[in-house]
Design a protein around this ligand. Structure first.
Ligand SMILES: Cc1cc2nc3c(=O)[nH]c(=O)nc-3n(C[C@H](O)[C@H](O)[C@H](O)COP(=O)(O)OP(=O)(O)OC[C@H]3O[C@@H](n4cnc5c(N)ncnc54)[C@H](O)[C@@H]3O)c2cc1C
Length: 476
């Protein structure tokens, strides 16, 4: 950094120390370390400093100071994002704005079915607080113990209950946001209905910290389902899984909260690598389905699911199946699903993807991928799994670590080309970050890029909020 840039950064940090307290401005290498890399240690950068404000007014003060000094801010939640959006770049000039100290539940209204939480609340803690109030907050994913609600909303996260409850966006009633100039936009009213002009909060949901800093949210709660049935089905072909999904929807409609599909190699890795994980059914098939169904009554659902599974078996749509008898069995089934990446990562580097196609096209997507055998290196193991009920598959490629860099782009481009032909999207729920920026915009109409750049310029004219993430107006 040049002398004048360094002097400017020092002046900014001195002002931040005065604004939020000496101890919440981290500049020592050891202190910054964990904020400079993501959950999987896949993306790394360097921060000039890490700021840990404890209140909305402090975030506002920091944003105003950053605007005055021309400092780039990288908002950060739990750092579990998968697209390189929450860690600083390599320049060493960006400043991480961690929301982790803003972790209070401000209010819960069980009869009004909402809660108001600060952006730094860990997702697990939000679910827990809702449960203690006799309510259910349905957003859930494998990273729930680490990700924070501000990050969830900024990525418009999906997860395992999207089928029934929607994406993060569908669970938000109101937001509090600090804008690039340090003003506070208070849209925190917990209203179901509010047709008073543009729904501005939606701009910030899924914006990955590029349009404002979310400091608090009013979240929608629902009643706790009393009976939950989890089933594991062994199937021969993706077509059968899709047929099962259709038949299950006919039988259970909105009661299905999760409908996941896993490939045999991924399940075998999970059984081999994850401690205390057992195969739910002995029968080995190329594909497995994991389904969660829940309703408000105390009992009666299990018998219905059993009867439906018997019909599926009879019709030959599945070869074998099991219903979890105990919480431990349910946890075991879900551990196999959620431990897919963890288990595979013990065998090499994982090139992750998050694609979506119309549900009916999933078998075509998978048969295309199958046809790559012989055209991609033999050492690549393709591990597709995910939220098949949403049309969203994580097609992960397990590759030997030394070959990861060389294989990264060719494998993803091959996948993305197929997804394009099936009229899908290359990011279903993880967002764009820096990792997918070029690939995403290469696929969108020019008018969408132009309009997005106009929105970015309107809200962040000096490009100081997470520059290079989602959109780079200078690339226009
Ligand atoms: C094991 C595992 C399983 C996962 N499963 C799923 C899944 O099923 N579905 C899914 O959608 N994702 C999943 N993810 C991805 C990830 O957990 C989500 O993207 C999550 O929403 C990110 O939250 P975070 O707090 O970690 O955000 P971070 O990683 O800290 O940040 C993500 C983005 O949001 C921005 N940001 C963070 N906080 C704020 C804020 N307060 N205001 C403005 N911008 C902000 C950051 O700048 C960054 O661009 C998984 C990740 C892991 C590691």
């Amino acid at each position: 950094l040049s002398n004048s840039t360094e002097a400017n950064a020092s002046a900014f940090l001195a002002a931040c120390r005065a604004a939020i307290g000496e101890s919440q401005v981290l500049t020592a290498e050891g202190d910054k370390h964990r904020f400079e890399r993501d959950f999987w240690n896949q993306y790394r950068g360097r921060a000039a400093a890490v700021l840990r404000p404890g209140a909305t007014e402090e975030v506002a003060r920091i944003a105003a100071l950053a605007a005055a000094h021309g400092i780039a801010l990288v908002p950060q939640g739990g750092n579990t994002g998968l697209v390189n959006g929450g860690v600083p770049d390599a320049s060493g000039a960006e400043v991480v704005l961690s929301l982790e100290r803003m972790n209070k539940v401000r209010a819960i209204d069980a009869s009004g079915d909402h809660m108001i939480v600060e952006a730094g609340c860990v997702l697990d803690a939000v679910q827990q607080a809702a449960a203690e109030a006799g309510r259910f907050f349905p957003l859930a994913m494998g990273s729930s113990g680490s990700c924070r609600i501000g990050g969830n909303l900024s990525t418009n996260a999906g997860g395992i209950n999207v089928l029934r409850y929607g994406m993060a966006r569908d669970l938000v009633l109101g937001l509090e946001v600090v804008l690039a100039d340090g003003s506070v936009l208070d849209l925190l009213r917990p209203l179901r209905k509010d047709n008073t002009g543009y729904d501005l909060k939606q701009l910030f949901i899924g914006a990955e910290g590029t349009l404002g800093i979310i400091t608090a949210a009013a979240l929608r709660l629902v009643a706790i389902p009393r009976e939950r049935v989890t089933a594991w089905l062994a199937v021969e072909r993706p077509e059968d899984a899709i047929a099962l999904f259709k038949r299950s929807r006919d039988s259970f409609g909105e009661l299905i909260s999760a409908f996941e599909m896993l490939c045999a190699p991924g399940v075998e890795l999970a059984v081999a690598e994850l401690p205390n994980v057992q195969r739910p059914v002995e029968r080995r098939t190329p594909w497995y389905v994991l389904m969660d169904v829940a309703w408000m009554f105390e009992s009666g659902l299990r018998a219905r699911v059993e009867a439906t599974l018997a019909e599926f078996l009879e019709a030959g749509l599945c070869i074998d199946g099991a219903i979890a008898e105990t919480e431990a069995q349910r946890a075991n089934m879900w551990r196999i699903r959620e431990g897919q990446s963890e288990a595979a990562s013990k065998h090499g580097y994982i090139i992750r993807s998050d694609v979506t196609v119309p549900i009916a096209e999933i078998p075509k997507l998978l048969s295309e991928i199958d046809s790559w055998r012989g055209r991609i290196p033999d050492e690549v193991t393709v591990l597709p799994f995910g939220h098949v009920g949403d049309g969203n598959l994580h097609v992960n490629f397990l590759v030997p670590a030394p070959r990861a860099q060389e294989l990264y782009d060719p494998l993803l481009e091959r996948l993305y080309d197929t997804v394009d032909r099936l009229r899908g999207s290359i990011s279903a729920e993880h967002g764009i970050g820096r990792a997918k920026r070029r690939a995403v915009w290469a696929r969108k109409p020019g008018a969408a890029l132009e309009l997005s750049a106009r929105i970015k310029r309107a809200l962040d004219p000096s490009n100081r909020l997470n520059p290079g993430v989602v959109i780079d107006p200078s690339e226009l």
